[in-house]
Design a protein around this ligand. Structure first.
Ligand code: AMP
Length: 403
């Protein structure tokens, strides 16, 4: 599916000794109340690219945005603390330049030894960044001979440091970007069939593009969570006090019709866990889907639905997952999501399928189930993962596919 060049292509093409490489990373990591990085997952995923470039003797400068300074220099949104955390994690010194363009960036780059590492200050301190301004991209590119994008999570945005710059320098995908693109391509590009997609979450209004794209590509689409209620109601099922977008009944019917035409089987819950209120350990029970009482709400899928899903998982070769099957944050309404996630995780571990998950609450839900590590790939790129699942072109990825 992808025609991007990788670091292996780069290393085969040219010697990197003393070359200036600009790496677009996602250093937009969470910072705790003590001003320190509280979750270093994104930094850890960046290390293979940095290590490989350093080993080849390149001078590496990292470009990234941080938070939303909206084109202004905001000291509290400086990347300096992140650069320090990166140095600690990588176990090597990391220089810092207090601007990503101009003299500060140029002299810091020049001062780097071969194999040295530098973080440039927040790209969004400049207004040009979010406008994908060519002049700003040229100012960034002035400090590099080669561009490497390792930030899939920002690839859905056409910004100067993710898009315009890739047209100005020879451009390559970093290791983490390559891994993400490979995983996604396996899941929906040329997947092994049958492909089962699971889409859950609160509402269909936020996932219309997603559902529309998936029904054209997958063999079976499991709809769970609050959004299943809208489909059930559109089929005439009484959903009581459940979360339901009744005004989208026609849209739900259109999606079901599109699925039927495309040969995609839509799987809706045939039973549900219901309660009178949405609160932890509320009295709940499992009822057949046609027996939801008027004064109760659907908060999870039931055991019969889980048995149906298990049958589909057993034969699936590929599973793509976005969104929980129930209100998983509150016990016991996590049981459906947990059970299904563990089953997919186990089958993946046994080698019988490829499973890819991501977007929004999905990572939290799979972590809660203790299943995330067993999936083939869990994407931490929320917006970019969803846009990819929606079949949209990601500008930051497309820009890497220049001839
Ligand atoms: P989303 O961000 O669209 O993936 O939705 C995730 C949210 O959907 C989570 O906060 C879940 O608690 C919620 N959710 C899932 N199933 C239900 C349900 N049956 N009723 C209400 N909320 C639900």
């Amino acid at each position: 599916m992808t025609g991007h060049k990788t670091l292996d292509t780069l290393f085969a093409e040219t010697s990197l000794e003393g070359k200036r490489v600009l790496v677009r990373a996602d250093l937009n990591v969470p910072i705790g109340p003590d001003g320190k990085v509280s979750d270093a997952t994104r930094l850890e995923r960046l290390l293979p690219t940095l290590r490989d470039l350093a080993a080849k003797g390149a001078k590496v400068a990292i470009l990234s945005h941080f938070d939303r300074p909206k084109g202004e220099r905001r000291p509290e949104m400086s990347l300096k603390p992140v650069a320090d955390a990166l140095a600690e994690l990588a176990g090597i010194p990391v220089a810092f330049a207090d601007d990503c363009i101009g003299e500060a960036a140029a002299s810091a780059m020049n001062a780097l030894a071969n194999g040295g590492l530098l973080v440039l200050e927040n790209t969004r301190f400049h207004k040009g960044e979010e406008k994908n301004d060519k002049g700003f991209a040229e100012a960034l590119a002035a400090n590099g001979d080669i561009y490497v994008n390792d930030a899939f999570s920002t690839a859905h945005r056409a910004h100067s440091s993710t898009e315009a710059i890739a047209h100005l320098l020879p451009a390559y995908a970093g290791r983490a970007m390559e891994q993400e693109l490979d995983a996604l391509s396996k899941a929906l590009g040329e997947p092994e069939r049958p492909v089962v997609a699971i889409v859950g979450g609160a509402k269909i209004s936020t996932k219309l593009d997603l559902l529309g794209n998936l029904v054209a590509k997958v063999d079976a689409l499991v709809i769970g969570g609050g959004m299943a209620n809208t489909f059930l109601a559109a089929k005439g099922v009484k959903v009581g006090k459940s979360l339901c977008e009744h005004d989208l009944a026609d849209t739900a019917r259109e999606i079901m019709a599109k699925a039927e035409k495309a040969g995609c089987k839509i799987i809706l819950p045939d039973d549900a866990v219901v309660a009178a209120e949405f609160k932890a350990h509320a009295t709940s029970r499992t009822v057949a889907i046609n027996d939801v009482p008027d004064d109760q709400m659907i908060l999870d899928v039931g055991t019969s639905t889980l048995a149906t899903l298990a049958g589909h998982f057993e034969t699936a070769k590929t599973v793509v997952w976005n969104g929980p099957l129930g209100a998983f944050e509150v016990e016991p309404f996590n049981v459906g999501t947990d059970t299904a996630a563990r089953h997919v995780g186990m089958l993946t571990k046994m080698g019988s399928m490829v499973s890819v998950a991501g977007g929004g609450d999905t990572v939290a839900a799979l972590n809660g189930a203790g299943a995330a590590d067993d999936f083939s790939y869990v994407s931490t790129a929320g917006g970019a993962f969803l846009e990819w699942l929606e079949g949209k072109t990601l500008p930051g990825v497309a820009a890497l596919e220049q001839p």
